[in-house]
Design a binder for this molecule. Structure first.
Ligand code: HEC
Length: 159
């Protein structure tokens, strides 16, 4: 009887240890190739949502360009306060005035990636998926860091 209890107990523990990492098994590592693959093939960002307070095409500021759309995945959308959940991704399409897609800038929240600056992985992609810069670029981190309290997010206010 005692032996059985231990067995069930250890089964429960192993189940708990598994479920955590499994929840992230479908998420890419902090590298531009897997991130691009994720947002274009595994979970195409055009099927995601917008923040309720930042829907569709919006005017933007330098350095990103005059027009943009910001798509957010469920983990971002379901975060009611900063910091957003790990696995959250924001994909920003940057357009010229003539509505030509110029660049795709991405923020991806990765546990343990860069704790001192909000654990964000940053990337700027060309429309065909070439990343430069990516990682923890001082420019991205510094400018967005002015809103570190809003988890480095500039287009959405958490209430
Ligand atoms: C000089 C300031 C500045 C720099 C540098 C900058 N951004 Fe931004 N970013 C903004 C502003 C302002 C917005 C709000 C939307 C807009 O005006 O285009 C924004 C919005 C975004 C968003 C939409 C999500 C959000 O609300 O924050 C993403 C994603 C993003 N930037 C990624 C990047 C990446 C990646 C880099 C570096 C390659 C970068 N940004 C560099 C100012 C900056």
């Amino acid at each position: 009887m005692k032996k059985r209890t231990i067995t069930i107990g250890s089964l429960l523990i192993s189940a708990c240890l598994c479920v955590g990492p499994l929840a992230f098994a479908d998420m890419p590592g902090p590298d531009p190739g897997s991130l691009w693959d994720h947002i274009t093939k595994v979970s195409p960002y055009k099927e995601w949502s917008f923040w309720p307070d930042h829907q569709g095409m919006q005017p933007g500021r330098a350095p990103h360009g005059p027009l943009h759309k910001v798509y957010v995945n469920d983990r971002a959308l379901n975060s009611s306060r900063p910091p957003v959940q790990y696995g959250a991704i924001e994909v920003k399409e940057n357009y010229s005035k003539a509505m030509e897609l110029k660049a795709i800038t991405v923020m991806y929240k990765v546990q343990g990636y860069n704790a001192k600056d909000g654990d964000w992985f940053w990337a700027k992609f060309t429309p065909d998926g070439k990343a430069k810069p990516f990682g923890k670029p001082a420019g991205c981190v510094g400018c967005h860091g002015t809103r570190a309290k809003n988890d480095f997010i500039l287009v959405h206010e958490f209430n």
